[in-house]
Write a protein that binds this ligand. Structure first.
Ligand code: TXA
Ligand code: MG
Length: 320
């Protein structure tokens, strides 16, 4: 693909209008959300969505999340059942994506859903994402702003290093606070966790008063994007390392002597916010064998371990 100029926008109102104008013309603009940076396009414009898949090198069967400014706008795109509406009211804006039946009159490009009859929607909790959505005044389809299969971006510099020359713009809105992608839930036929993420499953289960089914359970729907190898740093990854072998670089958690530490105090919220930047730092250090300290598998630890397992998986069949 020929290199294009990637314009950097600030988060002031005039720049957000400029970035929205680029989206209106079918351009690709990365922007911050509270989870990770997204790579946005007009969700109604199939040419733009096709360019997005090309810029990411993403398998086109893998559908996109549509970002909107409010539950009211989401209701014009998908059909909410009572459970979905209760979850949206409890957790939006926030790190929750709902997969719901697509309304026939939604006007969303079929490339966004990759031909599925459901659509993934969320209302992000970030003033810059919100300002961009208000300025654009339409649905923004946005996968994470990284080349397919590589590490997600939580800073403008991560997007620049991975996608400059392939996208039209980046809105620099600083670091993402949560640092892990949204938690994805489908409510039909049963409430199901499709992807662990920045909103702990325990919080959702508390609000629902029941356990979430897991993708792969008999009644549960599946998510097409959950391929094994994803979030891959340049080096190989060994998990649950209680010692460090010769030639390995330690990605630590807790009070260990590590080249990069997710949270020296063992705080899972801090570790989530640091995870992707830590993997970018290990790439910059040239780490070719990465050992990772054990991480507790509850709360945000569940999503951190999910990302690390995919980072450690054999590198065939890249994902989003
Ligand atoms: O936090 C996030 O969710 C970020 C920010 C930018 O919002 N976005 C993000 O998008 O992580 P992406 O494209 O990297 O991951 C979206 C996931 C994929 O695994 C995809 O398969 C799944 O959502 N997905 C999208 N539409 C779906 C659908 N209709 N049914 C099931 N899974 C769906
Ligand atoms: Mg992704």
């Amino acid at each position: 693909m020929n290199s294009i100029t990637t314009q950097i926008f600030t988060d002031d109102t005039a720049d957000l209008k400029g970035a929205a104008g680029v989206l209106s013309l079918g351009g690709l603009v990365a922007f911050p959300t509270e989870t990770v940076y997204g790579l946005g396009v007009d969700a109604r414009n199939s040419d733009a969505v096709a360019r997005l898949y090309q810029a990411k090198g993403r398998p086109s069967f893998n559908p996109l999340i549509v970002h909107v400014a409010s539950l009211e706008i989401a209701e014009t795109l998908v059909e909410f059942d009572d459970t979905a509406r209760a979850l949206a009211q409890a957790f939006w804006p926030g790190a929750l994506t709902l997969v719901l039946p697509l309304r026939p009159d939604a006007g969303i490009s079929p490339l966004v859903t990759a031909g599925l009859e459901t659509l993934a929607v969320r209302v992000p909790d970030h003033p810059v994402a919100n300002g961009l959505m208000v300025a654009f005044d339409g649905p923004i389809a946005a996968p994470s702003a990284n080349p397919s299969g590589q590490v997600s971006a939580t800073k403008c510099a991560h997007v620049q290093s991975q996608l400059s020359g392939r996208i039209d713009g980046i809105v620099d809105g600083g670091d993402c606070g949560v640092g892990l992608e949204s938690t994805i839930v489908a409510t039909l036929p049963v409430p199901t966790l499709l992807r662990a993420g920045g909103l702990p499953a325990e919080a959702l289960e508390g609000a629902l008063g029941e356990r979430l089914a897991l993708a792969g359970d008999s009644a549960a729907p599946s998510s097409p994007g959950q391929l094994a190898s994803h979030y891959a740093p340049k080096g190989t990854v060994r998990l649950n390392a209680v010692d460090v072998e010769d030639g390995e670089t330690l990605l630590g958690f807790g009070a260990v002597d590590a080249a990069v530490n997710l949270s020296p105090s063992g705080d899972l919220v801090e570790a989530a916010a640091t995870l992707f930047d830590a993997l970018h730092q290990l790439n910059a250090l040239g780490a070719d064998r990465i050992a990772v300290s054990p991480i507790p598998d509850h709360g945000l630890g569940r999503a951190i371990n999910d990302r690390l397992r995919r980072a450690a998986a054999p590198r065939s069949g890249a994902a989003t």
